[in-house]
Design a binder for this molecule. Structure first.
Ligand code: NOJ
Length: 552
């Protein structure tokens, strides 16, 4: 093959990659403070290499008061001392590369921590100052400015505006925070912010990271003209003309075009993936344009309920929508923001996962067998789709959601901001079990920052490692086979089935995937079985099962 073709293929590694998300504080703790750290991750790279992932994405490891699990940052160019140092990060990246694993890091450009030196300076400097221009400060509405300047709502519940006390002690201006009040939004109309983030990307790119995951990528450009416009309903679909004042505005794409110029100044160019947590629309894939970030998370599969038609419809749409822009295609089933997928798929139909976790002390149980079978079936289906797949730490162990965390243990700001009506995201962030016993199931030499249930023992890496039927073994086999089978064809052929609960698609190389969404067996189509999410007897496909068949 001519050399330029080899280089081109390498540049595009992310288009078909399996990326493993690490939530650093919950992955592995090297020093016994109960919090996972960079040295812990480094010590477990062997697990990731055995698993067969192409890249890791590290959720934030920056200094943070942890008002939002590390997404509230006080210094974007440093490592939280509890997690290590920049030198530890460099060593981790180097060793990951030696294992053939790329490193993607999280960039959080929409907001900082309220303890960021910039925000502290803004509070001290008072109204009208250059320091306040880095954030979104406004006078309040109503007599005495006692009302929020607009009706914007925080994603975590309540108003997106918080009033400050001015340096002279009087009640003062309000600042915007689309997330927790400890996460003031930055003002992207200010050129200083744009320059700062370009410098931050360069800082990490120079340390050899391979790519960036961009947090809340669709919210940086806001319409801040006066009077501020209404944005009352976060649940509705965003308008398709970019007219929402806060989200998915056309101007946001200008920012990513400048980032692409920076990414392309490296050889190979850096990859990037946008996080845009709103219902997937024809505009979603615009972030994935080759002139911008290249990839965007498509969360439509993650949001779909277990069911043939639901899965087929979202897959069809994603395959179609991504083609229009020529960007990357992504699939996700689990992340640090949602209940783990095996548990979700075992909920009674129509139950929203967030509602399931609403607590008055009693969490309705889900059937562990159904969760196990459907979780594995969904994973095998996802891994057979063209494009890139994102895995979330612990899903290779088939971990269910820890749904019954005591209220006193909860740390997610969602819990407080929802007035204790939503439990939040801690149940998928419980530190991983590496061994069957030990103080924190091998997570570290001491305890863990969130309590681990006793049943974690049976899910540990140690317990599953040598078991041919374990979920860990299934993931290892699936990733190995996928590496051999996956090609850069970006579509699938849909095969008609007689059963309306059976999904069947094929890739061009004769790799067929059949998913039986029902709870009863169906006939197994012809071909050579190469992997299945449950044992099959050769003539029929059990319910809640996916099989890969080769007809090459
Ligand atoms: C999306 C992240 O995934 C989530 O964990 C975080 O709370 C928000 N962005 C705010 O940064």
């Amino acid at each position: 093959m001519p050399e330029h073709e080899i280089i081109a293929a390498d540049h595009d590694w992310w288009r078909t990659a399996v990326v493993y998300q690490i939530y650093p504080r919950s992955f592995a703790d090297s020093d016994g403070d109960g919090i996972g750290d960079l040295a812990g991750i480094r010590s477990r790279l062997g697990h990731l290499a055995d698993l067969g992932v192409d890249a890791v994405w590290l959720s934030p490891f920056y200094p943070s008061p942890l008002a939002d699990g590390g997404y509230d940052i006080t210094d974007h160019r440093a490592v939280d001392p509890r997690l290590g140092t920049v030198d530890d990060f460099v060593a981790l990246t180097k060793e990951a590369h030696a294992h053939g694993i790329k490193v993607i890091i999280d960039i959080v450009p929409n907001h900082t921590s309220d303890r960021h030196p910039w925000f502290e300076a803004a509070l001290a400097a008072g109204p009208g100052s250059a320091e306040r221009m880095r954030y979104i400060f406004r006078d309040g509405a109503g007599p005495d400015g006692a009302l929020p300047p607009a009706d914007w709502q925080s994603h975590f519940g309540g108003s997106a505006w918080e009033r400050v006390t001015e340096p002279d002690g009087t009640p003062g201006q309000w600042y915007c925070h689309l997330f927790a009040r400890e996460q003031p939004d930055l003002n992207w109309d200010n050129p200083e912010i744009r320059e700062y983030f370009l410098g931050t990307l360069r800082f990490w790119a120079d340390l050899d990271v391979d790519g960036f995951r961009v947090d809340v990528a669709h919210s940086l450009a806001k319409d801040l003209s006066e009077p501020l416009r209404s944005q009352p309903d976060l649940d509705r679909n965003l308008p398709l003309d970019g007219s929402d004042p806060l989200y998915d505005r056309d101007e946001v794409h200008e920012i990513y075009r400048t980032w692409r110029v920076l990414f392309d100044s490296y050889d190979p160019p850096k990859m990037a993936v946008a996080e845009t947590w709103y219902p997937t629309t024809s505009r979603t894939y615009l972030y994935a344009r080759p002139s911008e970030l290249g990839q965007v998370f498509d969360f439509s599969l993650l949001k779909a309920e277990w069911g043939r038609d639901q899965f087929r419809d979202v897959i069809r749409r994603s395959l179609h929508d991504h083609q229009a822009v020529g960007g990357g295609l992504t699939w996700v089933l689990s992340s640090h923001d949602v209940p783990r997928h095996p548990s979700r798929y075992a909920l009674p139909p129509g139950t929203s996962p967030d509602e399931w976790l609403i607590t008055d002390g009693v969490v309705p149980a889900v059937d562990p067998r159904t969760a196990h079978d459907r979780g594995r079936a969904a994973t095998l289906m996802m891994l057979a789709l063209p494009g890139s797949a994102y895995l979330y730490q612990g899903e290779e162990l088939g971990l269910p959601e820890v749904a019954d965390l005591a209220e006193s243990a909860l740390q997610d700001p969602v819990w407080e901001r929802s007035g204790h009506t939503l439990k939040g995201r801690d149940g998928c962030r419980v530190p991983l079990p590496w061994t069957a016993d030990g103080p924190s199931f091998g997570f570290g030499p001491a305890g863990a920052w969130l309590p681990q249930p006793e049943w974690f023992s049976g899910y540990s890496v140690q317990t599953q490692g040598a078991d041919p039927d374990s979920t860990l073994t299934l993931y290892r086999q699936a990733l190995l086979l996928r590496r051999a089978l996956n090609a850069d064809d970006m579509g699938v052929d849909w095969i008609e089935t007689d059963d309306d609960q059976v999904l069947h698609f094929a890739r061009r190389n004769g790799w067929h995937t059949i998913v039986n969404f029902s709870d009863r067996p169906c006939p197994l189509p012809p071909g050579r079985v190469i992997l299945s999410s449950r044992r099959i007897d050769g003539t029929s496909l059990p319910g809640d099962t996916t099989v890969w068949i080769s007809r090459a």
